[in-house]
Design a protein around this ligand. Structure first.
Ligand code: ZN
Length: 331
């Protein structure tokens, strides 16, 4: 018997809201169940798109944009099927934190999930085995979380398959965030992205703002991106809304990431979207316990633009302080 079940019939026409039921035995609820919202809007023939938010619980553009999208979307005039999970890591989202408070796990590092695992791995297992096989395109909406702040960016990975790469880049441009980024991750093992890409399906992710907050600008970009992707993949007849072209960037290797070497207070000297030159100070770390000690300058290692900076004033050794991106080069 499946450990994770759903009351949703994916093939039934119309709009349906339900849950996935995940066994969650605790001290206060011995035979308890975690119920994670799942919605399907089935308009008939056409591709299936899966939209996920709340993969990390302190990133809010995805959940808020997808809640609004789920309320508005109707099967009439929809050519295909849309599956929505606005709160993928529901316990983390309810706790306002990146990782699940139940098992301490990062949803985006446990794919393909584990049938014998704890709740985070069980949710991933359900997504891996029940949702990804049904989906042609997966859109996983992230932001920087509490600890990072990004320029509004749609994010993809470099794929070995030329056709898959060109279809992914076409979708990136259709989303129409101000920036598009082809990123080399520091650690891609266990990501939802990696699971989708391994199936040869299209994965679109984002980094829209961060610092565990929302802005009208970033929510607007998320909502427009969702509408544009539906139109791009032929699920609606609407025109793509493209107020300005997306600037395509890349983070080709680890030298574009800057980590903190000391604890302290981070003063950014350049904000996201700012042009940076190699050798330039991007920010400095102050030591509040040594008032007369000079701050430690954080020096840009590459030319480009600042795509991400530290999202909080407090910084600890090992935190990501800055990510620089350069204009995309076809290799
Ligand atoms: Zn995230």
């Amino acid at each position: 018997m499946a450990r994770v079940t759903t009351d949703i019939d994916f093939d039934r026409p119309g709009k349906h809201a339900g849950t996935i039921s995940v066994p969650n035995s605790s001290n206060t609820s011995g035979w308890g169940t975690l119920m994670v919202p799942l919605l399907v809007v089935n308009g008939g023939k056409g591709p299936t798109m899966l939209f996920t938010g709340g993969n990390h619980g302190d990133e809010y553009e995805g959940p808020v944009a997808l809640l609004k999208f789920a309320r508005e979307l109707q099967p009439d005039g929809l050519f295909g099927r849309v599956i929505i999970m606005p709160a993928l890591n529901l316990p983390a989202l309810l706790a306002g934190q990146r990782l699940s408070p139940i098992d301490g796990k990062n949803m985006n590092r446990v794919f393909p999930g584990d049938r014998r695992g704890t709740v985070t791995s069980l949710i991933a297992y359900f997504v891996q085995n029940e949702l990804l096989p049904r989906a042609d395109v997966v859109v996983d909406i992230h932001s920087g979380g509490r600890s990072m702040y990004f320029a509004p960016t749609v994010v993809v990975h470099r794929l070995p398959d030329v056709d898959g790469m060109s279809r992914t880049l076409a979708a990136l441009h259709a989303f129409n965030a101000p920036y598009g980024l082809v990123i080399e991750e520091l650690d891609a093992e266990g990501m939802l992205d990696t699971a989708v890409e391994a199936m040869g399906k299209i994965l679109i992710s984002t980094e829209l703002g961060g610092s565990a907050t929302l802005s009208p600008r970033t929510i607007g970009i998320a909502e427009r991106g969702i509408r544009n992707l539906l139109a791009h993949f032929g699920l609606t007849n609407k025109a793509i809304e493209a107020p300005a072209a997306t600037r395509l960037l890349e983070v080709p290797d680890g030298s574009f990431y800057l980590a903190a070497e000391e604890d302290g207070l981070y003063e950014p000297l350049v904000d996201v979207e700012g042009a940076v030159k190699r050798g330039q100070a991007l920010g400095q770390v102050h030591d509040p316990e040594r008032p007369l000690a000079p701050p430690a300058a954080k020096i840009a290692t590459q030319d480009g633009i600042l795509i991400c900076r530290h999202g909080q004033g407090r910084v600890a050794r090992g935190d990501t302080l800055a990510v620089i991106a350069r204009d995309f080069r076809a290799h």
